[in-house]
Design a protein around this ligand. Sequence first.
Ligand code: PLP
Ligand code: COI
Length: 356
Amino acid sequence: MSTEINNIIVEKAKTSKIDQVDFDNLKFGSVFTDHMLVCDYKNGSWQTPKIVPYQPITLDPSSKIFHYGQSIFEGMKAYKDDQGDIFLFRPLDNYKRLNISAKRMAIPELPEDYFMEGLTTLLKLDHDFIPTNDGSSLYIRPFIFASGNGFHASPADEYKFIIACAPSGSYFSGKVKVLIEQTYSRSANGGVGYAKAGGNYAGQFYPTQLAIDKGYNQVIWTDDTDHKYIEEAGAMNIFIRINDTLITGPTSDRILDGITRKSILEIAKDNGIPTEVRKITVAEVVDAAKNGTLKEMFGAGTAAVISPIAGFGYNETDFDLPELTDSYATKLKKLITDIQYNKSEDPYGWRFKVTE
Ligand code: PLP
Ligand code: COI
C-alpha cells in the first residue's frame, strides 16, 4: 500500500533492517537504510518521485550507464543532535553542484523541490538510522544515471535519480599517508574534473592501487600538464600549512569545488588563521618539508571531514609531518563539526534543520 507525502508516493518497507545495524562498529557506506528515493526521467520530464523499500534495480544490458558512464553523484551527511533533531549542512550547495555535474554530462537537470522534498521526506522516514555516536552520521548519496537503452554513443533518453543512505563511521581509520602523483592525472583542462562524475573516480582506482601497493593510502593529484602543482587528494580537497598560513589551490576545470573546502576557508579566516588561495607547487611543499616550515597537510571533504596527512612520498623519498599541539586540522575539525552536529552557534546559516 502506498500513500502520498509532499507529492511523493511513499511505499513503506514491511519490516525494518534497523536491528541488523551495529551502530557501535559502523564502517563507511556499507549498510543501508530501509528506504530509498527513486525518480525516473522519461518522455522529456522528471516523473513523480517515489520512496520505496531499499532494493536492487533491474536494467537492460544496453542501458547507457554501462557503456558510456553517464552518471553523477553527490555526497552529503545528516546529523542528529542530543535532542534528536536532524540537520543537513549546506544542502542547496549539493543540489546546485548536482546540476552543474548534470549539465557537463548531458544529463537533464533536476528541479530543486524534487531534491529537497525527496531528501527531507526520506530522512524523516529513516530517521532512526541516523547515528548519534561520536563521529558517526548518515551518509547520503544522491545520484543520477542513464537508464535509457541503446548502443548509440549519445545521451540517453531516460535517467534515474536515486537517493540512498548509509549510517556511517569515519572514512579513514587513522592518519593518512599520501603519494604525490608524477605520472597519472585525475583530470585535465576542459575535462570533467569539476563534476562529480562516476568515471572521475574509476580513473583514480588504478593509480591509487599502485600507491597503496607502495604503502600509501591516497594519491595527491597534480596538474596534468607537468605535474608541478598540487591539486587534490583523492576524494578530498587539500590544505597545506606552511609556517602559520593555510594554503589551498584555486578551484578550476580540474578541481571539485568542495563544500567542506569553502566552509573551512571561511571558518579559518574568522578564527584568526591566515589563509591563501593560490597555486602551490610540489617544489614549494618539498622545500618546506626539508626546511621545517611545512607544519601540516590535511584533506577536506564530506565523507572524510578533515583528515590529517601524516606524511607524503615524492621522487622515492618519504617526508614525515610533525605532530603538533596547535594543529589547524584539529581546531578546524571541531569548529566545523560543532556547527554540523548543532553543538555551536551557526553564524553562517549553513545548518539546515529537517523539521518534523
Ligand atoms: N574533491 C573530490 C574529487 C571529491 O570527490 C570530494 C568529495 O565530495 C571533495 C573534493 C570534497 O567535496 P565536499 O567537501 O563538497 O564533499
Ligand atoms: C564525499 O566526500 O562525499 C565524496 O563524495 C567522496 C566519496 C568518493 C567517498
